[in-house]
Design a protein around this ligand. Structure first.
Ligand code: NDP
Ligand code: GDR
Length: 387
């Protein structure tokens, strides 16, 4: 995993703790804070195999002098662990990014999702309070547009009523309100970022954008034949994770804590994203049929980026197993408060995000194809069932 972080920048004397540092946002935020001169501590889960690929680029050997990036074993389900880590680290800022973050999976793991996402946020806030640090620590909670769920107004802004549609959304609703409660009850500097979907080449492989770019790249090179997706009609407001972590940092640098919507203000469907991704590799798709019969058929292929795809191929199909028990049909954010008060605005469009992801997944697929061609083929795991 490549990184652009100039870890060598001089320390600014500030210290941050990031939960979920091994995730998409955690890795971008760690790079941003290191570049600003922070000492960065990250919480990582114990896992039977390495789960630190996204932070490999900023990893510093424990024997290096003046190290500014540190990892600690921890888990949001273990309150005593959180107390100990916060006491050891003495952070100025805590960014709570850790979560069971997959909406579809939350229907399979509702209790676990609530334990990590809802009680996890509470455990962190309570750890800060128990340690008597509530007046000096600034706390960021990773909130979500999934809070809006069944939307009652569009676009959604900070005052739009919440109606979450999944155990994930409901767990994040608790986290949202407990963060506000600690702000009001104990005078903590605690903020919720209500972030709309944000993606990147580091996005987990089972979220729809990455599933699309990864799947199409592999089909382009003959590693796979078909991409199976759920609801093509879902509308989302997609941005770039690198832009959105800047907003997370900005929220903790204000005179007073407040909650902010972070969004691009542009909406497109899953189908649009598939079409745009295919175009990046010279493939023009036409969608035929309706409902579970809908499929993406190749109308034309230009250039040489997709040698295994030819006109007439059906490369995208609907698979109802990816439908959710309750769907969030449409999300579109209004980030005007963040723009005027934080001076934040998204730098990359959804088209640019899609192009970056497609290019990165094509490189990965080429690597696999090359290894296979030279007799070193391996079968890497497909995205998990039902996601
Ligand atoms: P990821 O799924 O990529 O990362 C989640 C992180 O949480 C990983 O580091 C994961 O560890 C860690 N984690 C999961 N469970 C636990 C646990 N029990 N204890 C400690 N750590 C845990 O998510 P993103 O980076 O995309 O999102 C970051 C946060 O922002 C999440 O809270 C998500 O819900 C929220 N959010 C994300 C949006 C998006 O579009 N990306 C939009 C709005 C909100 P491991 O690497 O070991 O799995
Ligand atoms: P979301 O992201 O649920 O919005 O949550 P995801 O990419 O999983 O789904 C977006 C939309 O695409 C539809 N979809 C599919 N989704 C997946 N994962 N797999 C498929 O095959 C598929 N086909 C269609 C979904 O039904 C949905 O409508 C993300 C997460 O990052 C959350 O943590 C975060 O809070 C929200 O974004 C904002």
């Amino acid at each position: 995993m490549t990184s652009t972080a100039p870890v060598s920048a001089a320390s600014n004397g500030r210290c941050a703790l990031i939960t979920g540092v091994t995730g998409q946002d955690g890795s971008y935020l760690a790079e941003l804070l290191l570049a600003k001169g922070y000492v960065v501590h990250g919480l990582k889960r114990r896992s039977s195999s390495l789960n630190t690929q996204r932070v490999d680029g900023i990893y510093q050997d424990p024997h290096e002098p003046d190290r500014r990036f540190h990892l600690h074993y921890g888990d949001l389900t273990d309150g005593s662990n959180l107390v100990r880590v916060i006491e050891d680290v003495q952070p100025d800022e805590i960014y709570n990014l850790a979560a069971q973050s997959h909406v579809a999976v939350s229907f399979d793991l509702p209790e676990y999702t609530a334990n990590v996402n809802a009680l996890g946020a509470l455990r962190l806030l309570e750890a800060v309070r128990l340690l008597g640090m509530e007046k000096r620590v600034r706390f960021y909670q990773a909130g979500t547009s999934e809070l809006y769920g069944l939307v009652s107004e569009s676009p959604q802004r900070e005052s739009t009523p919440f109606h979450p549609r999944s155990p994930y959304g409901v767990s994040k609703l608790f986290a949202h309100w407990i963060t506000i409660n600690y702000r009001e009850a104990y005078g903590m500097y605690a903020c919720n970022g209500i972030l709309f979907n944000h993606e990147s080449p580091r996005r987990g492989e089972t979220f729809v954008t990455r599933k699309i770019t990864r799947g199409l790249a592999r089909i382009a090179l003959g590693i796979e034949r078909t991409l199976h997706l759920g609801n093509f009609d879902a509308l989302r407001d997609w941005g770039h994770a690198g832009d959105y972590v800047e907003a997370q940092w900005l929220m903790l640098q204000q005179d007073a804590p407040r909650d902010y919507v972070i969004a691009s203000g542009v909406q497109c469907s899953v189908r649009d994203f598939v079409r745009a991704s295919a175009r990046e590799i010279g493939v023009e798709l036409e969608f035929r049929g309706a409902g579970v019969e809908e499929e993406g058929v190749v109308r034309s292929v230009t250039g040489d980026m997709a040698p295994a795809i030819k006109p007439g191929d059906v490369i995208v199909r609907v698979d109802p197993r990816y439908f959710r028990p309750a769907e969030v049909d449409t999300l579109l954010g209004d980030a005007r408060r963040a723009m005027s008060e934080l001076g934040w605005s998204p730098r990359r469009t959804v088209g640019e995000v899609c192009a970056e992801m497609m290019a990165a997944d094509l490189v990965q697929a080429k690597r696999i194809a090359l290894l296979e061609a030279h007799g070193f083929g391996f079968k890497d795991a497909p995205p998990g069932e039902g996601s």
